[in-house]
Design a protein around this ligand. Structure first.
Ligand code: DGY
Length: 319
């Protein structure tokens, strides 16, 4: 007998096809903010749910999930949208989708870095505004990344993929992490255990931290002050790790030359201060947004859900 799976958002076709073949799948097709009421109303008789980072599965939602639901699969590597402690206390398993999005997310970090350094967003806007006056030797000059130092904050799989890409641009790679990683060292990246030394050495700071209380506003005014004048900041982790007021002030004063941001604390809302800054490159959370990666994420989430439901150990269990 097919089990019942509730899916909050529209899935890529291959993922939806598999879900429909393997389950009585109910699609809520939510757009915009998470609708907790509609979610909970769909759960009587459900065995599993597939959610996304746009869905806030907090303690009060978890407390109302019926006991028949055994597993929450999340279509993401990040899990800060789920109260993991509450899930554990309720006996719910949580599975996620690491690895398969590392390259795609690193590509977006690289894109943001280059766009910020070479003023690509600004140039694009100028052309669309029909305001380009033509080529001159001093027109819209940016900075080359060749020989510059990129500092990777959080040297997980995405950070390591970005390190390889940056080395391809002849950049020097340094990283700050809870611990030293021999694999990263072997790859030619230098470990900076001291945060102040690390920040002071970065021409580009690329942030790859998970969200949640431990990393809230990690990049604050005090840490921004440790950066070199003219550094570039890139964030593809979680928006909550940056104190936006502090970064907007630093972009305005040009202490931070430019920023490339793919993530925001209250998505899809973007702090208004960024919108008028030419030196802010803003993307709508595109890190993992390739056809291949999103299909792989969906398949991995379905693998994890299936494993829990048949009593096997899933490959990527968070709780
Ligand atoms: C994740 O998987 O956590 C990403 O933010 C989605 O791209």
């Amino acid at each position: 007998m097919k089990r019942r799976l509730v899916i909050t958002r529209t899935m890529p076709p291959a993922v939806a096809g598999r879900a429909t073949a393997e389950y009585h799948a109910q699609y809520l097709d939510m757009i915009g903010p998470f609708d907790a009421e509609a979610f909970l109303a769909a759960l009587p008789d459900a065995d599993a749910v597939l959610v996304t980072p746009a869905d806030r599965i907090d303690a009060s939602v978890i407390a109302q999930i019926p006991v028949g639901v055994r597993v929450i699969g999340t279509f993401s590597v990040g899990t800060d949208h789920i109260d993991l402690q509450a899930a554990r206390a309720s006996g719910l398993a949580v599975v996620n989708t690491p690895d398969v999005l590392s390259f795609a997310t690193a590509e977006i970090a690289l894109t943001l870095m280059l766009m910020a350094a070479r003023r690509a967003g600004e140039g694009e806007r100028l052309i669309r505004a029909r305001a380009w006056g033509g080529w001159t030797p001093d027109f819209m000059l940016g900075s080359s990344m060749e020989g510059r130092t990129i500092g990777i904050l959080g040297m997980g799989r995405i950070g390591q993929a970005l390190a390889r890409m940056a080395q391809g641009l002849s950049m020097r790679v340094i990283y700050h992490n809870r611990r030293n990683l021999p694999a990263a060292q072997e790859q030619g990246a230098t470990y900076y255990p001291d945060e102040v030394d690390f920040l002071g050495a970065c021409d580009v700071l690329s942030i790859h931290l998970p969200g949640g209380p431990a990393t809230l506003h990690w990049l604050n005014a005090a840490r921004i002050a440790q950066l070199k004048h003219g550094a570039i900041v890139v964030n593809t982790g979680r928006g909550s790790t940056i104190d936006d007021d502090a970064l907007i002030a630093a972009l305005t004063s040009r202490h931070v030359a430019a920023a490339g941001l793919d993530v925001f604390a209250a998505e899809p809302t973007v702090p208004a201060g960024y919108l008028t800054l030419e030196n802010a490159v803003l993307l709508p959370h595109l890190g993992s947004a390739t056809h291949e990666t999103r299909a792989a994420m969906g398949m991995l989430a379905l693998d994890g859900i299936a494993a829990v439901l048949v009593g096997d150990e899933p490959a990527h269990r968070v709780v």
